[in-house]
Design a protein around this ligand. Sequence first.
Ligand SMILES: [Zn+2]
Length: 234
Amino acid sequence: MRKYHWIESCTLIYNWLSEVHSLNIKNLIKTGIPDSILIHKLKKQGSCSVLFTFDDGPSPEFTPVVLKILKEHQVRAIFFIEGQLATSYPGLVRRISEAGHILGNHSYSHSHETRMSSQEFKADILKCQETIVGITGEEPSFFRPPGGAVSIASLAVAAFNRLTTMLWTIEGYEWTQCRECDPNLIGRQMVSRIKGGDIVLMHDNNPKVPSILNLMLPKLKNREYDLAHGIQHT
Ligand SMILES: [Zn+2]
């Protein structure tokens, strides 16, 4: 697993911000952002590892079901926790951690960075961080911005607070209301698109996700993907 070297990362952040302050995010990714600041795919592209990530929980209805399915298929995931939900359901946060998964920071209020001042954004991230530490004693290392909204400012705020921003490469859009949102169809489409090195985004507060996982995970394991060690390739 990636180790965080604080002074080294501060230097990287400073140098990187000096170079790229005028570029947008798509160009930023092309410039090669240090992986201590932004992860948008696993390091070992083309390997057999796939990392599952779950946003917007914990959910009392669906997170326990998701945990059960992940255990059955020996999947180790990152759960990007919404701080205000963690406050409501601390027992679920502990269960996720005790099941061997990684807890990530998905902000406290799930407000987009674009709708807040940088001070408010920083306070929202730190409040989520403090909530998770208060419940589990575990300090998250990864931050998933609400809506995937990333800017130089948001990357810098996260990085200066010892959080690596993590995006994803594959999602099922199970949260949309589209006609194509039949869980089996979503699952089949995702399986056909997933390849080694992918970071998969799902939502453990969504009623379709257990069905999608039940369809996908056996097929991915049949294709000999490693769903337990992706975190080691971040
Ligand atoms: Zn979210």
